[in-house]
Design a protein. Structure first.
Length: 461
């Protein structure tokens, strides 16, 4: 019996976890943290309805926290199987998880010190020892090559165009009665996105698990370079600092590259860019290691070395280097994580920069409900940070062109060559987004579509 269960990213965007079972074999696809609303974040503390020790293998699509952030807890609770991913994803996952453990411990310590946590004492979900045990289980696999998962199951990775190393996962159950093919989209990237190649074509499948983050809307058609030029000039005219809350992996590197291209083309003035995140610094170095995977069609940069390096780029790894940025005056750009403003150094910069009307805070891409980034995007006048209400006087500017997720038209374009699956499951989207994409696929293509509920189990045959 082939069975699929949805233990995350069902009717929501975060916490991706899909359990595939056949006979006595279990494989988990992705193992991410829930983010956003408190009711979702509390799920991170709930025991899973299956024993992690009973899972034979874990397949990872890419290294973002909502796809890998639960792995150390999964290992702490008993998982001992192999964790498969692409080589770049393996390196990025290592720094993601160590940074996550560090941030959780720092936030818990800060909450205990200031006394604003409702839990006594506040505790991290896992620590760096759990991360170390998890990292030892990573087994990198190259894209486009089949590898065995044990028993009748085999898998391969195909470029998803969302992030360095990101991939969709094709799983085959090679059974005596015939082969059954299951395709997990992961996060589908955008076409003509900076640094990344277009997502590969989805192979034919019997069952499709497809993301739907932007299933109800498209991104603005304005080219990304034009959007960045306009927003940077507006921010410079205000006379302050540009503060970018960015994912340390992916968007940070895209923005560094675009800013360097625009400065070289003299479309914006030269200005310092501060990368204030140890994780982003490490991730940028990994990006340089895998430079052969970059798509640099926006502009080839002159000079030797990596496209993500230059005299304008200043890397802040230590706390002292981070604090020194407080004295920086504009025009300058500060890029800090986390992208959803849920923790990390960005919170300290927000406390300092939000009350000044001369500054600009950039928000790029998807913002989950309940996060500070969504609150700012929705026009919040105050932002709760470390137990205090910080007034929002800085300009709030959106850079949707930097989103790493395909918009609705791009998702439909990606799905266009795919023969109709027996069933399509839409996940990784808020319910209105998933419903809109489901209606379009059913109406225009006649596809049967299911939007699974949290912890729903489906018999595939």
């Amino acid at each position: 019996m082939l069975r699929l269960s949805f233990h995350g990213a069902a009717e929501t965007v975060t916490g991706s976890k899909y359990l595939l079972e056949i006979d006595n074999q279990r494989v988990l696809v992705d193992c991410g943290l829930f983010q956003g609303l408190k009711e979702l974040r509390l799920r991170n503390w709930d025991p899973l309805p299956f024993d992690p020790a009973s899972v034979d293998a874990l397949l990872v699509t890419h290294a973002h926290i909502d796809h890998v952030g639960y792995i150390p807890r999964f290992v702490r609770d008993g998982f001992r199987g192999a964790i498969y991913c692409t080589p770049a994803t393996a390196e990025l996952t290592e720094i993601t998880l160590y940074d996550s453990a560090k941030c959780q411990l720092e936030d818990a310590d800060y909450a205990n010190k200031k006394g604003f946590s409702k839990h006594q004492p506040a505790l991290p979900l896992y620590d760096d020892k759990d991360v170390s045990r998890a990292i030892k289980l990573l087994q990198p696999r190259e894209r486009n090559s089949w590898f065995p998962l044990g028993g009748a199951l085999f898998a391969r990775y195909i470029d998803a165009g969302h992030l360095l190393g990101s991939s969709m996962i094709q799983v085959e159950a090679r059974l005596p009665r015939g082969t059954r093919r299951i395709l997990f989209s992961g996060d589908v990237g955008r076409y003509q996105a900076p640094l990344y190649h277009d997502p590969g074509s989805p192979p034919p499948c019997d069952y499709l698990i497809c993301e739907s983050t932007y299933g109800d809307r498209d991104h603005a058609p304005e080219p990304v370079l034009e959007q960045v030029v306009r927003e940077v000039h507006d921010a410079i005219a205000r006379g302050g600092i540009m503060l970018v809350a960015s994912f340390a992996i992916g968007r940070t590197q895209q923005l560094i590259y675009l800013m360097r291209v625009l400065m070289q083309q003299r479309k914006i003035p030269e200005l310092p860019i501060y990368i204030d995140s140890p994780m982003a610094v490490d991730a940028t170095n990994i990006y340089c290691t895998y430079s052969d995977e970059h798509d640099l069609s926006e502009g080839e940069l002159r000079g030797p070395g990596c496209v993500l390096d230059g005299k304008q780029i200043h890397l802040a790894r230590s706390q002292g280097e981070s604090k020194a940025i407080n004295a920086v005056a504009g025009p300058a750009m500060i890029i800090s994580s986390s992208g959803m403003m849920t923790g990390g150094r960005i919170l300290h910069h927000l406390k300092q920069r939000l009350p000044d009307h001369r500054n600009t805070v950039f928000i790029g891409g998807y913002t989950a409900p309940g996060t500070r980034s969504r609150m700012l995007a929705d026009g919040a006048r105050f932002l709760r940070i470390h137990g205090h209400d910080v007034p929002v006087r800085a300009a709030i500017s959106k850079l949707p062109a930097l989103s790493g997720h395909a918009g609705k038209s791009e998702l439909l374009r990606w799905l266009e060559p795919l023969p109709p699956p027996k069933m399509t499951f839409l996940t990784h989207g808020e319910l209105p987004s998933s419903q809109s994409l489901a209606e379009t696929l059913t109406r225009t293509r006649g596809w049967p579509v299911i939007i699974p509920h949290h912890q729903e189990t489906v018999e595939l045959e």
